[in-house]
Design a protein around this ligand. Sequence first.
Ligand code: ADP
Length: 169
Amino acid sequence: MTGMLRALFPGSFDPPSHGHLNIIHRISSIYDEIDVVVATNPEKQYTFDADERLELMRTLCDPYDNVRVHQWDRLIVEFAEQVGARVMIRGVRALSDFEYEFELSMINKGLNPRIETIFMPTDSKYFVLRSSAIKELARLDGDISRMVPDIVAERLKEKVKRARRTGSD
Ligand code: ADP
């Protein structure tokens, strides 16, 4: 393990977007090992349940030999400690992201000072990609094909259809 650079990339990935995958693509050539951590916060309402998000992320990260995908429902710093990772990557889009992310990094630093957060700016192509906007667009039958991978677009369309059938959304 000596000299191996290992990084975590935690997130909700609800759903995974090209913005997430772009970050993974870029960090996979910098770090030796990447652990993508799909967060399952019991307080949060997700569109895709934990197993769906895990499965989608596993499929999408399959092309990368050095990327593994996990599920975790506790503090991310605990996961980092458990696997011996010292770096956590967070993607940032606009300045508004930064404020929240900066605070979060302070909290995590307070919980475990050994673990560093590193911010990676989004690619300009994905500047406006936000999971909530993608879901809203899908609900309104907007074109999301450039925002998310095909399998995600299909799953989202199925969800919208199902919600319409049950009249629950
Ligand atoms: P969380 O609920 O932890 O914020 P998200 O799935 O929304 O989970 O995001 C996971 C990570 O991916 C975060 O670091 C977020 O800033 C980053 N991210 C989300 N969308 C983009 C994007 N379009 N470009 C770059 N990074 C992004």
